[in-house]
Design a protein around this ligand. Structure first.
Ligand SMILES: NC(=O)c1ccc[n+]([C@@H]2O[C@H](COP(=O)([O-])OP(=O)(O)OC[C@H]3O[C@@H](n4cnc5c(N)ncnc54)[C@H](O)[C@@H]3O)[C@@H](O)[C@H]2O)c1
Length: 333
């Protein structure tokens, strides 16, 4: 898959806009695009993103003598700003959003503006600017009340959170923009993505960065529930690849949504065992109550992405953790 991607991009110089550039997925996408010698504009308003991620990208870009990266600070709630940044862009990767289910229940309005209005603005601006394809981050949260696993794309339930509702709204708008205007998009329902540049500091950080930070600081962490909760953990490099495959896609579906995960489900107890493999049996943790609103099982059926996009995730949990731990060890040293 990686070779196919490298070959496809080899003789091309395309112009990309990446929103959420200072965030986890945005940063990783930009680093790969620059490595592929593409031209990239990154934007972020730093509501949750980290300036250190942008500094790192600029550093890499300078060292490699890339003149192909530009960062613009700004808010996608501003439609004029969206129109300006989408001018002369071939493909948009829209990764900007606030990425937390519990936070969305505390501040619904904040989520409506950053996850819905911002999405609509950048989608509509991309259409006006004649962007070739709009590739965006949806979420497994759209499965909501449908708890059947593994999740398949055409069997969603009702949203269980404001965050889930916003992501579902994004998908509906993207489809309407194709049906109304012929504007092409691809949405990815990410499951639990992990890897370097994922924020370990936020009060709403994801499970792997939280636990790894606690372990490296020799602190005790809490497992919400009995540890038999399952998640589909997918390493970031595979997610970067699926986004690039969306650029290369020349199939028939013009406003598709795809599950983006590893296709393998792992329990939190299994994750603990994997971490013990790296840190030894002495890591300190305890079991606590289940967290309100958490679903018990989550797993991605990735048949559609394999069939239509040629997606073939290659990182096992252990391999992905090796890479991620390298990042966190450097961050906390
Ligand atoms: N990481 C995961 O496991 C996961 C799972 C499901 C879905 N997603 C989705 O993938 C996308 C990227 O996630 P991530 O983990 O990189 O999150 P992240 O929080 O690391 O990055 C999101 C970035 O978007 C920026 N942003 C938010 N609102 C903005 C606005 N109005 N204007 C400009 N910038 C804005 C933030 O400052 C942040 O840098 C998000 O849409 C998220 O909902 C992520």
């Amino acid at each position: 898959m990686t070779e196919k991607i490298n070959n496809w991009f080899k003789d091309k110089k395309l112009r990309f806009l990446v929103t959420g550039a200072a965030g986890f997925i945005g940063t990783n996408l930009i680093l790969k695009l620059l490595d592929l010698k593409q031209t990239v504009t990154g934007v972020d308003n730093f509501i949750t993103g980290r300036t250190s991620n942008i500094d790192h990208i600029i550093d890499i870009a300078k060292k490699a003598n890339f003149s192909d990266f530009k960062f613009i600070k700004g808010d996608l709630n501003d439609f004029e700003f969206c129109k300006n940044i989408t001018e002369n862009i071939d493909y948009v990767f829209h990764e900007a959003a606030i990425a937390s289910v519990p936070w969305s229940l505390k501040e619904p309005h904040l989520f409506h503006s950053n996850n819905d209005t911002a999405f609509f603005n950048i989608l509509n601006a991309s259409r006006i600017s004649k962007v070739k394809r709009f590739i965006y981050a949806s979420s497994s949260a759209v499965y909501g009340t449908n708890s059947n696993v593994p999740s398949v794309e055409d069997a969603i339930g009702e949203p269980l959170s404001i965050y889930g509702a916003a992501k579902l709204t994004n998908e509906i708008y993207a489809k309407a923009f194709f049906n109304s205007f012929g504007f092409e998009s691809i949405g990815f329902r990410y499951f639990n993505i992990y890897g370097g540049f994922q924020d370990p500091y936020s009060a709403y950080a994801a499970v792997i960065p939280i636990w790894v930070k606690k372990i490296l600081n020799n602190e005790r962490f809490v497992i919400n529930g009995d540890g038999e909760t399952t998640r589909d953990f997918c390493y970031i490099d595979d997610i970067v690849d699926i986004n690039l495959l969306a650029v290369m896609y020349d199939g028939g579906e013009k406003a598709g949504v795809y599950n983006a995960g590893s296709g393998k489900s792992v329990s939190l107890n299994e994750l603990i065992q994997a971490l013990k493999g790296f840190f030894g049996n002495d890591i300190k943790y305890e079991y606590g109550p289940f967290r309100d609103g958490d679903i018990k099982h989550s797993a991605a059926d990735i048949t559609k992405a394999k069939r239509e996009l040629g997606f073939n995730p290659k990182f096992s949990l252990k391999e992905g953790l090796v890479q991620s731990l390298e990042y966190y060890k450097n961050l906390f040293k």
